[in-house]
Ligand binder design. Structure first.
Ligand code: SUG
Length: 417
């Protein structure tokens, strides 16, 4: 069996909009009330997947959820016609596009039973995200239905907030080798909520049967959360033996680095000093919300948002990084501006699963031809624009449903309707 990293990107849903629902997410709150472009947003995400395929990487997809979520509104004793504008916006959110928050994944070399374990994230801190998990879990159960190779767990129960892979890093000598799994949790974040609770991380580690000797729980720095790093993946990224992190990402970086060096002697820690890149620059440029990937020809690349290229302090630090003879050799900027405007960069859009592609339901894997098919559906049926008032229009609700249905039918995924 050949274990490779597969990036499952969330396809940006047809209801993508700027409702400003995420307190502590500075981009989302700054852009609240602007006109969104769902079609362009989805095409940008698909173009990013093409870039990944072009680099020789394996690519998968997760599908938009059924929005507006009438089942959620029914549980609240209402429906789209009866709900107030705030509840309508929460019911319509396309936030499932940020697949890094879909689940936490522990591949086969790390788990007690030798299966790849996935636990859906409950996302309970934010109302609009708290009702993603049933739709996400249904997809994970379909995509990873092979119970000889995968175990898919339902989310840990509230009130323990779990934000999935966005607060989890795996370091290892190579994807197929045993890893050290790092769970980064928050305790406080000044005016903003800490979204990942330690108790949730501990539960996921137990559910996955991880070896406590190869598991680390590290607190996120409160300053990072207060500065707008609502998830760890906004200030740190790991791939194989490399950890790239901002100096102020963790509450106790020295303790984390020491534990990592003890458990994985080959680990290479690249810390970006605040004197070169401030937390504010890191968060506005999303330099750490990059996909750090191992290229088939060897060496690693950072797939990062073009916003990192336009920030001169960030870009010159990155150019210095690749000029050294270190593990990171290439910078690949991608345009995901619509997602970025809601605080979601290239890394937020994908869930990494290390697995043998032959064990995954092929309907969730893509090649160039399937991307072209998806682009055709998006170009034909995704709304061009959504203005704030549109969220209250039944015509938009119908358009959004119809667009998703067209995509699921094209991909033979009617089972998810
Ligand atoms: O949960 N934005 C998402 C962005 C998630 C980014 N994910 C990672 N860092 N992995 C969030 O804050 C904005 C939606 C709105 O406000 O309408 C939003 O939910």
């Amino acid at each position: 069996m050949s274990l490779v990293e597969i990036n499952f990107d969330g396809i940006v849903g047809p209801s993508h909009n700027f409702a400003g629902l995420s307190l502590g997410n500075l981009a989302a709150t700054a852009n609240a009330g602007k006109v969104a472009h769902p079609r362009e947003a989805a095409l940008q995400g698909l173009a990013k997947m093409r870039v990944n395929l072009g680099l020789g990487l394996r690519q998968g997809i997760l599908l938009p959820l059924d929005r507006p979520d009438e089942a959620w509104l029914a549980a609240l004793g209402t429906n789209m016609l009866g709900a107030d504008n705030a509840l309508r916006a929460n019911a319509l959110s396309a936030s499932a596009m940020w697949a890094a928050n879909a689940a936490t994944v522990s591949p086969t070399p790390d788990t007690a039973d030798g299966r790849c374990h996935l636990t859906g994230a409950n996302l309970v801190t934010m109302p609009h995200r708290s009702h993603e998990w049933p739709g996400t879990l249904a997809q994970l159960r379909l995509a990873f239905a092979d119970s000889g190779h995968f175990a898919v767990h339902a989310p840990v129960p509230p009130p323990f907030g779990d934000e999935g892979a966005a607060n989890h890093m795996r370091l290892c000598a190579g994807h197929g080798a045993p890893g050290v799994e790092v769970f980064v949790y928050g305790e406080t974040g000044g005016p903003f909520p800490a979204r990942q609770h330690r108790e949730a991380s501990a539960a996921v580690a137990r559910l996955h049967g991880l070896d406590p000797a190869r598991t680390i729980f590290a607190p996120q720095s409160p300053e990072a959360i207060a500065a707008g790093a609502f998830h760890n993946d906004v200030v740190a990224v790991a791939n194989e033996r490399v950890l790239l992190a901002h100096e102020q990402a963790f509450a106790d970086p020295a303790a984390l680095y020491e534990a990592l060096r003890m458990k994985l002697p080959e680990v290479e820690i690249i810390e970006v000093p605040a004197s070169a890149v401030s937390l504010a620059d890191a968060i506005s440029s999303y330099l750490f919300n990059a996909q750090l990937v191992t290229l088939p020809e060897g060496g690693m690349a950072l797939i990062l948002p073009t916003e990192a290229q336009t920030n001169t302090r960030v870009w010159s630090w990155l150019e210095g990084l690749i000029a050294r003879n270190g593990p990171i050799r290439r910078l690949v900027p991608v345009e995901v501006r619509e997602s970025m405007s809601n605080g979601g960069g290239p890394a937020c859009l994908r869930l990494r699963v290390v697995a043998d592609p032959a064990t995954v339901d092929p309907r969730f894997l893509v090649d160039e031809a399937k991307l072209a098919l998806i682009e055709g559906v998006v170009a034909a049926s995704w709304p061009v624009e959504i203005a704030p008032d549109d969220l209250n229009k039944p015509a938009l609700w119908a358009e959004v449903r119809g667009a998703r249905t067209a995509l699921l039918e094209a991909l033979d995924l009617n089972a998810l309707l």
